[in-house]
Design a protein around this ligand. Structure first.
Ligand code: HEM
Ligand code: NFK
Length: 284
């Protein structure tokens, strides 16, 4: 039991026979998971594995993000703000992880990327249905995006459903209306298949909430959580843009867009416009 040889002795109870027991690898389907990194470059480029894993891990986190956002939305629908806040707290941590992980990809130099970029053909993150689903559930709807998924009916169907459903913010505003806040009808009866746009007549509702934070603590807290969530989303977009600029400069994208300019325009989009507009009104 001594550590003189700098090895750790096995505790007596440690299980080693997995011939008829569930193991770590079988529970997590690791054989399948670890067989899914399949570089396409020929000869295989050393850095393509980084590129694939960066994307696959992002997609896994996006899967969880969407799961949590759907649950947050359902909780608001059921007037359960406590659970919704719990879900959003987790969403914010996932976003932070997604944003931080850009630093790994930033070690890919423009020369290295150019050596296998041609093998990517027209594939692009623009075709990520999970990313688009997150944008849709947050209210950045765009029916035109569906056409990208015409050859993937399952993904297209999920996006078409999300397009027709109220967003997280739509549900939050309906919840506020049920609590008795004067959310205007123009907001409650909006066409939820369209991108959410600013309703100036909603700003006074938030002003009331912010000016009476102690009496409306939960909804005030929820407002601030949504502001954090939008900030975090923009931080991810910004890191993506900066990574693109340092990797491909002003080249157009493999997905057919102008590249950096196209991504830069996403930085002027907003999910919760009135929650930012109210800041101008506070204290005046
Ligand atoms: C060297 C790394 C990367 C480069 C050069 C790059 C480049 C681009 C470009 C140029 C676009 C615009 C669409 C196009 O024409 O292709 C785009 C879109 C996109 N990329 Fe990347 N990307 C990189 C890494 C990533 C990673 C790691 C992710 C993580 C999932 C990602 C996700 C996306 C998404 C979701 C879009 C759509 C954004 C939108 O619609 O606003 N990209 N990327
Ligand atoms: N759009 C990128 C290619 C790219 O980054 C990419 C290619 C395949 C799968 C995901 C990608 N990531 C983000 O767009 C480019 O133009 O270089």
């Amino acid at each position: 039991m001594s550590a003189d040889d700098n090895t750790r002795a096995f505790d007596e109870g440690i299980v080693t026979d997995f011939s008829s027991r569930m193991s770590y690898g079988s529970y997590l389907a690791l054989d399948e998971l670890l067989a899914l990194q399949r570089p396409v470059s020929e000869p295989e480029h050393h850095d393509e594995l980084l590129f694939i894993i960066q994307h696959q891990t992002s997609e896994l986190w996006l899967k969880l993000l969407l799961h949590e956002l759907r649950s947050a939305r359902a909780s608001l629908q059921a007037d359960d703000i406590g659970t919704a806040l719990k879900r959003i707290a987790r969403v914010k941590h996932i976003q932070e992880t997604l944003t931080q992980q850009w630093s790994v990809l930033a070690t890919l130099t423009p020369t290295e990327y150019s050596e296998f970029r041609g093998f990517l053909a027209n594939s692009s993150g623009f075709q990520s249905h999970q990313y688009r689903a997150v944008e849709f559930i947050l209210g950045n709807k765009n029916e035109r995006m569906l056409s990208v998924f015409d050859s993937d009916p399952a993904a297209r169907a999920v996006l078409a459903s999300l397009l027709a459903e109220p967003s997280l913010y739509d549900e939050f505003l309906r919840y506020l209306a049920r609590l008795g806040f004067g959310v205007p009808d123009s907001v409650l009866s909006r066409d939820v298949t369209k991108a959410y746009v600013m309703h100036p007549e909603l700003v006074p509702v938030f002003r009331e909430i912010y000016e009476s934070a102690t009496e409306n603590w939960r909804v005030y807290e929820a407002c601030e959580e949504l502001v954090d969530l939008e900030d975090n989303f923009q931080f991810w977009r910004f890191r993506h843009l900066r990574t693109v600029q340092r990797t491909i400069g002003m080249k157009s994208g493999t997905g057919g867009s102008s590249g950096a300019g196209f991504l830069e325009r996403a930085l002027s989009l907003t999910f919760f416009p009135e929650l930012f507009a109210v800041r101008t009104e506070i204290g005046t």
